[in-house]
Design a binder for this molecule. Structure first.
Ligand SMILES: N[C@@H](CCC(=O)N[C@@H](CS)C(=O)NCC(=O)O)C(=O)O
Length: 206
């Protein structure tokens, strides 16, 4: 059994999608980041960086409980555990990790800043809105180019797709019309049609 500490945000949804796609048994525990629950003593024990998601796998390495935070690390760990979604060959594996890192280092931080300055900033900051919206669109163009020549980011379906999907799911929030990026739109519709993906997005937070 795996405990998933999460919230209904892109980084949280990536992990519930992966758990559903792998068919692993898990329970959710909601950490309401709007109420500051990520700073509670109990949660800081799981992630000293106070960010969701985090997991505890009670059947971890050597049969012992294993705590993990950072969604990219969690996806890699779960891929190892279920033996899926990370290609076995060296080229495929590192392509998948490359696009996962592209999400972790680029898509997540940049789209996240776009959301912040469009919706949450205490006062309008036009320079920041322009800077992060432009970078968001540039990243969509990179994704569109990759998906013009490949069905999935790593060629075959992998954790990179689940990671990027978590953020593309918020395209209306960062004011991107997927019709402008037709290869991303094709991939997005393909991904969203997967029953495991749907369940991962819809999972109830207990
Ligand atoms: N690099 C981290 C980022 C996690 C992250 O930014 N989580 C957000 C929700 S999507 C959060 O917990 N925010 C609460 C806060 O910043 O106080 C990961 O991928 O796990």
């Amino acid at each position: 059994m795996i405990d998933l500490y999460t919230w209904s945000t892109p980084n949280g949804r990536k992990v519930s999608i992966m758990l559903e796609e792998c068919g692993l048994a898990y329970r959710t525990h909601k950490v309401d980041i709007g109420k500051g629950e990520q700073f509670s003593e109990e949660f800081v024990e799981l992630n000293p960086n106070s960010k969701i998601p985090a997991i505890v796998d009670y059947d971890g390495p050597n049969g012992k409980a294993f705590k993990l935070f950072e969604s990219g690390a969690i996806l890699i760990y779960l891929a190892g555990k279920c033996g899926r979604f990370l290609p076995a060959g060296t080229r495929g594996k590192y392509k998948a990790l490359q696009w996962l890192m592209f999400q972790m280092g680029g898509v997540g931080p940049m789209f996240g800043q776009t959301h912040h300055f469009l919706r949450a900033a205490k006062e309008p900051v036009p320079y920041a809105i322009e800077r992060y919206s432009k970078e968001t669109r540039r990243l969509y163009a990179v994704m569109n180019g990759r998906l013009a020549e490949n069905a999935y980011f790593a060629g075959e379906l992998s954790i990179a797709d689940f990671a990027i999907l978590g953020w593309a799911w918020r395209h209306a929030r960062h004011k991107v019309d997927l019709a402008e990026f037709p290869h991303v739109q094709r991939w997005y519709e393909l991904m969203m049609a997967r029953p495991g993906v749907r369940r991962g997005f819809e999972v109830k937070l207990a």
